[in-house]
Design a protein around this ligand. Structure first.
Ligand SMILES: [Fe+2]
Length: 419
């Protein structure tokens, strides 16, 4: 304890406790860590009337300590204290405050190989900063302003203040390592996400590669499905499920004979049967995978269903059909109509819109069809804030004609959003 043997001693105790309190507030403040440490050092040096000092911290390499804050020494920013074998242990075992010229023997090596730096710092005292038996840093303190030795009270004050400093330093190091870990985990998650997306895209490309006419089909279906889902205001996880569903909806075609897929004439009954198996094969493949978003296997199974119940494989009708399946079904048909196929050439966008309109209520869900029309209408009038689903729509097509068709559909169905 600090000895209250005189009025001056009592004053010193009160000043020390006041400083200790101030140091606690500085260390727990929200300031930048280097600023906080610098304020702490200035307060500690002021409390024991020292002109120079520095605070070092372990930089994580465990072989050296680097300067965090300093006072009264030019160029100290680049100073380092190296830790050789046994130095950290010796500093952990050392007294709270070490007078360099009376240091315990096991610190001689540390003091010797850091002699030049300690001299440049004009260090008279070393205060190891430790928490839970670990060295987190070190503080050096120069000679007293007034000259002469430090008193035992000074040393005790320094030891108490250094404990607060040690905890602050340790907390900061913990926080930094947690931040680093969180950053590493985030990067790892992004890498996994990229691998996942690349794998799904590779699958989609493998499906499309079976048919030269459908290059990029899965990608476009995903794009249309996402645009419809976003326009409908579906939650983000359902939008993501539709993106993956669009990419993988035809995965069952991997087992269909390529000659059937590429055939440019009418399919025989046997070939049609084979072709119509792809939704259930896709379901069998995807139902074995635990996707984090939505039921992709169900989307794949039902992408050839029709709302009047005349689709395949299960003949599900109306609202019993998953909304996602109704969206993929329309996106799939929209792409099929607007691209060349082995058995026919593509039809124009105008004809496609008319065909969709004709099939609303039988093949397509009215709300989903209206939403696709809205997306196209927004794109046509430049009101869409999303990436275009039909590149160069306004340049490639007769905007006026398409708007007229959309207006006709609007008059029929009254979908919102038309000018
Ligand atoms: Fe299909």
């Amino acid at each position: 304890m600090i000895s209250p043997s005189s009025v001056a001693g009592v004053k010193k105790i009160m000043y020390a406790f006041s400083s200790l309190n101030d140091l606690g507030q500085i260390i727990t403040s929200n300031g930048g860590f280097e600023e906080v440490t610098k304020s702490g050092l200035y307060l500690i040096l002021g409390t024991v009337s020292a002109a120079q000092g520095a605070i070092f911290r372990d930089d994580g390499a465990r072989s050296r300590l680097v300067v965090l804050a300093h006072k009264g020494v030019d160029g100290a920013t680049s100073f380092r204290l190296s830790l050789h074998d046994g130095d950290a242990e010796a500093l952990v075992d050392a007294p709270g405050v070490v007078e360099i010229r009376r240091a315990p023997q096991n610190l001689n090596s540390f003091i010797s190989h850091n002699g030049a730096t300690l001299t440049a710092l004009r260090a008279a005292l070393m205060v190891p900063l430790r928490v839970g038996g670990n060295l987190v840093g070190l503080m050096t303190v120069g000679a007293r302003f007034s000259g002469g030795d430090y008193t035992d009270d000074d040393l005790q004050i320094l030891a108490m203040m250094s404990q607060q400093l040690s905890v602050g330093l340790s907390n900061h190091q913990l926080f930094q390592s947690l931040q680093k870990k969180a950053e590493e985990n985030r990067a790892l998650y992004e890498d996994l996400q990229d691998i996942y997306n690349d794998t799904v895209r590779a699958f989609a490309a493998a499906i499309d590669a079976k048919d030269r006419y459908t290059q990029g089909h899965s990608d476009r279906v995903a794009r249309y499905a996402v645009a419809i889902a976003e326009e409908l205001g579906l939650p983000q996880d359902e939008v993501e499920a539709l993106r993956l569903g669009g990419l993988l909806h035809d995965i069952g075609k991997i087992t269909v004979d390529t000659s059937i897929i590429r055939k440019n004439s009418v399919l025989t009954d046997r070939e049609l049967l084979e072709m119509h198996r792809h939704p259930t094969v896709g379901f069998d493949i995807l139902s074995k995978i635990n996707f984090p978003w939505g039921d992709l296997s169900a989307l794949t199974r039902h992408h050839h269903e029709k709302v009047d119940g005349n689709g395949y494989p299960d003949g599900i009708r109306g609202e019993d059909l998953l909304l996602g399946a109704r969206i993929i079904a329309l996106a799939d048909a929209f792409d099929a109509m607007t691209t060349d196929r082995p058995y026919r050439k593509q039809i124009s966008l105008q004809e496609t819109l008319r065909e969709i309109r004709r099939c609303v209520g039988t093949q397509f869900d009215p709300r989903v069809a209206k939403t696709l029309f809205q997306v196209i209408e927004k794109e046509l009038t430049g009101r869409s804030r999303k990436p275009a689903i039909i590149p160069s729509l306004r340049e490639k097509f007769d905007s006026q004609r398409i708007r007229e068709i959309l207006q006709e559909v609007h008059d029929d169905c009254g979908y919102p959003g038309m000018a």
